[in-house]
Design a protein around this ligand. Structure first.
Ligand code: IPE
Ligand code: IPE
Ligand code: MG
Length: 256
């Protein structure tokens, strides 16, 4: 039996993350490997998001955040960017009702003003339709960058200071955090990057401060439930210390 099969039952997972953040990477190389155009990989990649959502719903993971398009992805060939934008619009339009039926709350993070009016409307409509759902908080980072997020938060605070709503000496970690994307949710416990690269690529820079990192060579379109379970299994074996000693953590576990 492979390790993936062994962990396929919930019984071996001691701790489950509340929030999983995924860099869905490797669509282009997946397609290339098959002798197909990159667009073919993107289409398969978008379809595979459904499988990740299903796993989260089945296991009771509360929040899933996926990186769909970075602020740097505008640097790609115009044609590829256009294909990605079309895919976002068609798949969101196609999937939203089913997601709503399953109790999924959809939210977008990033600067949406750069998208077409039509896509912006679909984004707003999807968020509005699903805003009261509570089974899974599904967040899509689109035209998102961790640096943009921090700059945006600082700008918002600066405006509040200028208006006299708060004073500069109130500027602390907690205040900045309150303006950062997804600050109403638990911080990501587990970060997964598919596609073999070992980097953050300007994803949730602030939010990942204490997140457990997991990297796999599997290209995103191939990342299935067994692969997801492997990542969850790895997470469940980790000791999260948050600056404490291992002994302090063990003591806390035995007394609680
Ligand atoms: C991730 O796959 C999707 C986006 C960045 C939109 P890539 O398109 O980066 O695939 P690779 O890394 O080139 O294989
Ligand atoms: C990160 O992947 C962005 C998304 C998955 C949306 P990239 O493929 O753009 O990252 P780099 O360029 O390899 O760092
Ligand atoms: Mg890539």
């Amino acid at each position: 039996m492979s390790s993936a099969e062994k962990t396929n039952g919930m019984d071996t997972l001691e701790t489950l993350p509340q929030h999983v953040a995924i860099i869905m990477d490797g669509n282009g190389r997946w397609a290339k490997q098959k002798g197909k155009p990159r667009a073919f990989g993107h289409k398969a990649g978008v379809e595979n998001v459904r499988s990740a959502i299903k796993t989260c719903l089945e296991l009771g993971i509360d929040c899933l955040t996926v990186f769909a398009f970075s602020t740097e992805n505008w640097n790609r060939p115009k044609k590829e960017v256009g294909i990605l934008m079309d895919l976002f619009l068609t798949s969101l339009t196609k999937e939203v009702d089913e997601l709503h039926k399953n109790g999924v709350r959809i939210r977008f993070i990033g600067d949406r003003s750069a998208f077409s009016k039509k896509l912006q409307k679909q984004i707003n409509d999807s968020e509005q339709l699903t805003q009261s759902n509570s089974k899974l908080a599904f967040n899509i980072a689109a035209n998102y960058g961790g640096r943009w997020d921090i700059v945006n938060a600082v700008r918002n605070i600066y405006q509040r200071i200028e208006k006299g709503e708060i004073s500069v000496d109130k500027f602390d970690v907690e205040l900045l955090n309150s303006e950062i994307a997804l600050s109403d949710l638990p911080e990501p416990d587990l970060f997964i990057r598919t596609g073999g690269e070992h980097r953050i690529s300007n994803f949730l820079l602030w939010q990942l401060a204490y997140t457990e990192l997991y990297f796999t060579d599997v290209f995103w379109p191939d990342f299935d439930k067994a692969n997801f379970m492997e990542a969850l299994n790895s997470f469940s074996t980790r000791q999260r210390r948050f600056g404490h000693t291992g002994e302090q953590i063990e003591k806390k576990q035995t007394t609680s």
